[in-house]
Design a protein. Structure first.
Length: 156
């Protein structure tokens, strides 16, 4: 897939690998550039086909640009799960955990810092998932979790 993601945390509990991706504001979910590499495009399209239950057409703008960062993490998760099925390794399960911070005092310069859990939920359910043409339920079934943590009381 080219350059691999840089995870905010990795943990192993028995046979489960946890990949942590922390977000403090909504624009962190989005991409940074338009993807032009054909291998990356094909990997993202294959990921979409695995996640999309309706065999709909991929929204290339959402997957290759608008939400590339999120799509990239989903691609890594699905590729890792494919690898688990064919390799002789002790890891049998992978969980991708998005730590969605609320009220992050270190992000004062951003105007899209969620002030409550519902802002994150609404953002994913009303913007990210519809644009990417994926469902929350399918993401949960492949090991995607969102945890919302209010960090307003942390001394920055």
């Amino acid at each position: 897939m080219g350059r691999n993601p840089e995870w905010d945390g990795i943990a192993i509990d028995g046979t489960t690998l946890y990949l942590f991706e922390a977000k403090s504001h909504k624009s962190e979910v989005k991409g940074y550039k338009y993807v032009s590499n054909e291998l990356i495009k094909q990997t993202l399209e294959n990921t979409f086909k695995k996640i999309n239950e309706n065999n709909d057409e991929i929204n290339k703008t959402a997957w290759f640009k608008s939400y590339y960062q999120y799509a990239n993490r989903l691609a890594f998760l699905t590729r890792f799960n494919d690898f688990i099925g064919t390799a002789d390794i002790t890891i049998k399960n992978v969980i991708l955990v998005f730590l969605d911070f609320v009220n992050d005092p270190t992000m004062k310069e951003y105007n899209d810092v969620p002030k409550n859990e519902n802002e994150w939920v609404t953002f994913y359910e009303n913007e990210v998932y519809p644009e990417m043409n994926i469902s929350k339920e399918k993401l949960q079934s492949i090991g995607v979790k969102h945890i919302h943590i209010d960090v307003s009381n942390i001394n920055a």
